[in-house]
Design a protein around this ligand. Structure first.
Ligand code: PMV
Length: 349
């Protein structure tokens, strides 16, 4: 049995567009979250079946979820070459999220990374080792990526880079790596408050969105922009330049949504209240000079980012925009430390 807790993450430099085998068209950078996590427990009964199939018993928060079970089955089937112990196996998977569904938090990132960690752990257990070193997390990141691209970054805490980039040594399209330097102290406890302006299911999935980047008239320019934005953001994170950090992060969020609007067919994932709140943010910042900026995922909800030291100063803005949000209006999170092996933790306590 294996049990891991893995966090979600929010990208600052966006991955949008992919090549075969879930490889990114450009490198991306994210912050791993602290409170938004998935806890997954996998029980394996190897070689129980009389054929090479795989039987899955999956529950999310104690309940069957046929749609996600089907996605997991397909994913697990595709991994039989990598993990031969899945051949003819019976698998019991129980998962739970710490955050509400459809709150604009990428549950596939935390879910797929938690599952990948469990699978890599089971492999080690069957080999009689328990060696949670760099290679273990590198492999987990590769497996997580195959499940959901952005999940590759959730295997590490702090700032994480996925995709080959000349300024990040050891970076790869196959797996994510932690930032190779210490961020400036202004970013050490960076906060992420998510304003939920709309909690309904998104109208266009990310996989459709990625696909629409094939043949997109602005695709090449977008991949170049992301490459150069990542270089600039790395400098800002190192030097503690909040204004550059803010400008680049917001440019990435709006460019992501610009790609959606200019796809063929085009679509919009922002809600009218997304624009109202972003306009209010601009005015609040101009007036107060508080260090705060936003990013958007592929959805209408707003991820506010600010140094921990600004927590009090941000409060008036939060109460001002509450009426433009649904219930729950906001989710409080911050940069986190990455996955936890729940079995090891249980044995220690
Ligand atoms: O990992 P996917 O396939 O769900 O794509 C994620 C895409 C974005 O969330 C919009 C950006 C990113 O880098 O996380």
């Amino acid at each position: 049995m294996s049990s891991w807790q893995s966090p979600s993450n929010i990208a600052l430099i966006k991955y949008w567009g992919k090549r075969e085998q879930q490889l990114p068209q450009n490198a991306s950078l994210s912050i791993t979250l602290n409170n938004a996590v998935t806890r997954t427990r996998v029980k394996l009964l190897p070689g129980k079946l009389n054929n090479s199939g795989l039987e899955l018993d999956f529950k999310l928060s104690g309940e069957r979820n046929p749609a996600f079970a089907e996605r997991l089955s397909t994913f697990l089937d595709s991994l039989k070459g990598t993990f031969p112990f899945l051949l003819g196996a019976m698998l019991e998977i129980q998962s739970e999220n710490s955050f509400p569904h459809s709150a604009g938090i990428a549950s596939s990132a935390s879910a797929m990374s938690a599952l990948a960690l469990c699978l890599c752990d089971l492999e080690q257990q069957l080999e009689g080792t328990q060696n949670y070193q760099d290679d273990f997390f590198k492999k987990a990141s590769v497996i997580a990526r195959l499940g959901s691209g952005s999940a590759s970054r959730s295997v590490f805490g702090g700032f994480t880079v996925w995709g080959k980039h000349t300024h990040v040594s050891g970076s790869s399209d196959e797996y994510a790596v932690p930032l190779p330097f210490e961020p400036h102290e202004i970013f050490h406890h960076i906060k992420n408050t998510i304003l939920i302006v709309d909690a309904s299911q998104k109208k266009v999935s990310s996989s459709v969105g990625h696909h629409l980047m094939n043949g997109h008239p602005f695709a090449e320019a977008r991949f170049k922009q992301a490459e150069s934005n990542l270089s600039l953001l790395l400098d800002a994170i190192k030097s503690g330049n909040w204004d550059d950090f803010s400008r680049i992060t917001e440019n990435e969020a709006l460019s992501l949504h610009a790609m959606m609007m200019s796809s063929n067919p085009g679509y919009m994932l922002m809600h009218p209240n997304t624009l109202v709140v972003l306009d209010k943010l601009k005015h609040f910042r101009e007036k107060s000079k508080v260090k705060i900026c936003f990013t958007l995922d592929a959805g209408p909800n707003i991820h506010l980012l600010y140094p921990e030291s600004e927590t009090e100063a941000v409060k008036p803005f939060l109460s001002d925009v509450k009426d433009y949000c649904v219930n729950p209006a906001m989710i409080d999170d911050q940069i986190g430390y990455g996955p936890i092996n729940l079995q090891t933790q249980a044995n220690e306590t």
